[in-house]
Design a protein around this ligand. Structure first.
Ligand SMILES: Cc1ncc(C[n+]2csc(CCOP(=O)(O)OP(=O)(O)O)c2C)c(N)n1
Ligand SMILES: [Mg+2]
Length: 565
């Protein structure tokens, strides 16, 4: 039976299990939007800026493990998606981005709102398509979703000329994809597994560093079994947070630039580093020459391009993390590593994170700690980018995969609110806290309107320090406190929230923090708390840029002034 291109788009999405999409319309998408009501299975959430749609699809995908879908019109709509697509690309998030395009006969004529979006996004998509024939749409959608979610996940873009949406074509949804050149490695080479197992069984001071690949692959149980069997301490990357329960006896926190002193000392001392689903980002390695200097390295990753890219390794294992760990779990021996673990426990005591409560000012660390106390970790936390992001990583113990959603590779300010929105839509039963900065929130604050129109009950904790805090911190430490372009004013966030129809409150005193958090959580609907935190608090430990991880600086002892600034 013949269907219009727009109908085929909707049918294809339904065949792929899409029940929600985040979008913003425009002229060339009118045929699609006009058709959408025929398919009530697809919930369309109207964002206020296309960047919000991409981040929401991203947050949705990270919270659910499903493919997130966003849509934007041609030209400015499509270019507004770019940051969100790049963000998903760098963090390996499965996403299908749909863009409207001018009618086929106008392509290449600099038509109104024509932009070469597949050209612009070429380096930040896993693949992209321009659907030049309605008859191709079903096959394109089948492939696009397959590419987005399989292998190393990532964003796939489909550009949809206006008249492809109105043309008619026969529709039947393909059962299989035919991509002979696209091979996803699975189990890992048996010889490499054996080599790895031998090193693991011989190691005296083994250490696991877990990355987002563990979460993507759904390998948390296998990782736990692996770590427990051999009694191997586990540290994580920023994006690996949640892959291994942070309240587990073998968990020693995040490594790298703002990692724990213990994790970074362990990296320095280990004789065997088992890197699982991570890519040796420079924020994790510090100076490469000083990275895990005493260790042999086993690197498990699905993407062969990651092997040896930043760090040379002794045993590369290209394969799906879950399958590889299942294989390794059959080859490893039970171990104790008592001395090594005792050593790590000592480092943990010697290098605690800074105090969360100095009894005087309103410390951002205290707020994050109180959010943890209030939720006992049973929530999804989503962040912007900056100091607040690092405090959220450090002071909240994440115990479930997908419970910490943050922009790692791209470090995108403005990610927090729309991503939290997507996470809450995907996991409505969960409490979702957006821990945001005053700068980051101002980049995508328009999405407060989306929360209201679509009744999305995100709770927002603004750690309001009056600064682009993380950049100010670098000016403080490395540019003799010349605070140029980092003091930032903001509107009265509580009144802004109210203007959008969202309840909120301001907190200036530490004793009001627990009550405010309770009020936000019991409130039916979205809620914003504007925490006026110590303006010049810094994130520690910190590995100075260019230094080795072992050269971390710890929190100096300091006098803290009380609010108001
Ligand atoms: C889109 C974007 N622009 C600029 C930066 C550079 N940058 C990194 S952190 C930061 C400051 C963030 O300020 P805020 O959101 O208030 O968080 P805080 O560090 O104060 O907690 C800036 C400007 C960025 N990461 N993303
Ligand atoms: Mg700030």
């Amino acid at each position: 039976m013949k269907k219009t291109g727009a109908q085929i788009i909707c049918e294809s999405m339904i065949a792929e299990g899409v029940d929600v999409m985040f979008g913003f319309p425009g002229g060339v998408l009118l045929p699609f939007y006009d058709t959408l009501p025929q398919y009530p299975q697809i919930r369309h959430i109207l964002v206020r800026h296309e960047q919000g749609a991409a981040h929401a699809a991203d947050g949705y995908a990270r919270a659910t493990g499903k493919v997130g879908v966003c849509m934007a019109t041609s030209g400015p709509g499509a270019t507004n998606l770019v940051t969100g697509i790049a963000n998903a690309y760098l963090d390996s998030v499965p996403m299908v981005a749909l863009t409207g395009q001018v009618a086929r006969s106008f392509i290449g004529k600099d038509a109104f709102q024509e932009i070469d979006i597949t050209g612009i996004t070429l380096p930040i998509t896993k693949h992209s398509y321009v659907a030049m024939d309605a008859g191709d749409l079903a096959g394109i959608f089948k492939e696009a979703f397959h590419l987005a979610r399989t292998g190393r996940p990532g964003p796939v873009l489909i550009d949809l000329p206006k008249d492809t949406q109105t043309d008619q074509a026969d529709f039947s949804y393909p059962e299989k994809v035919n991509l002979p050149g696209y091979k996803v490695p699975t189990r890992g080479h048996p010889t490499q597994l054996k080599n790895a197992a031998r090193l693991i069984n011989e190691a005296k001071k083994p250490l696991i560093i877990a990355g987002r690949g563990v979460i993507i692959s759904g390998a948390s149980e296998e990782l736990k079994q692996f770590a427990e069997t051999c009694q191997i301490p586990v540290i994580s990357t920023l994006l690996g947070i949640g892959s291994f329960p942070e309240d587990h006896m073998l968990s020693y926190g995040m490594a790298g630039m703002h990692g724990t002193g213990c994790a970074n000392k362990a990296l320095d001392s280990t004789d065997l580093l088992i890197a699982v689903g991570m890519r040796f980002d420079d924020r994790v390695t510090g100076k490469i020459a000083g990275f895990a200097p005493n260790a042999k390295i086993i690197h498990i990753d699905l993407d062969p391009a990651e092997i040896g890219k930043n760090v040379s390794v002794n045993v590369p294992i290209v394969g799906d993390v879950k399958a590889v760990l299942q294989g390794l779990n059959k080859l490893i021996e039970k171990k104790e590593h008592v001395d090594w673990i005792t050593q790590l426990d000592e480092w943990l005591k010697l290098h605690p994170l800074g105090n969360v409560d100095d009894g005087a000012g309103l410390l951002p660390q205290y707020i994050v700690n109180q959010l943890y106390e209030a939720t006992r970790g049973d929530a999804i936390t989503v962040t912007g980018v900056g100091q607040h992001q690092m405090w959220a990583a450090q002071y909240y113990l994440h115990t479930e995969p997908g419970s910490f959603i943050t922009s790692g590779g791209l470090g995108t300010m403005g990610f927090g609110l729309p991503a939290a929105m997507g996470a809450k839509v995907g996991r409505p039963e969960k409490t979702v806290w957006c821990i945001d900065g005053d700068g980051s929130l101002q980049m995508t604050i328009q999405e407060l309107a989306t929360l209201v129109q679509d009744n999305i009950a995100v709770k927002i904790a603004v750690l309001n320090n009056g600064y682009l805090g993380m950049v100010r911190q670098w000016q403080d430490l490395f540019y003799e406190k010349r605070y140029i372009a980092t003091p930032i004013s903001c509107p009265d966030f509580v009144r802004v929230a109210e203007a959008y129809g969202i309840s909120g409150m301001r907190v200036t005193r530490r004793e009001d923090v627990p009550g405010a958090i309770q009020q936000a959580m019991t409130h039916d609907g979205p809620f914003l708390i504007d925490f006026m935190v110590e303006p010049e608090e810094n994130v520690f430990p910190m590995v100075p840029p260019g230094a080795s991880n072992i050269e971390f600086i710890e929190q100096p002892k300091k006098e803290v002034s009380a609010w108001p600034r």
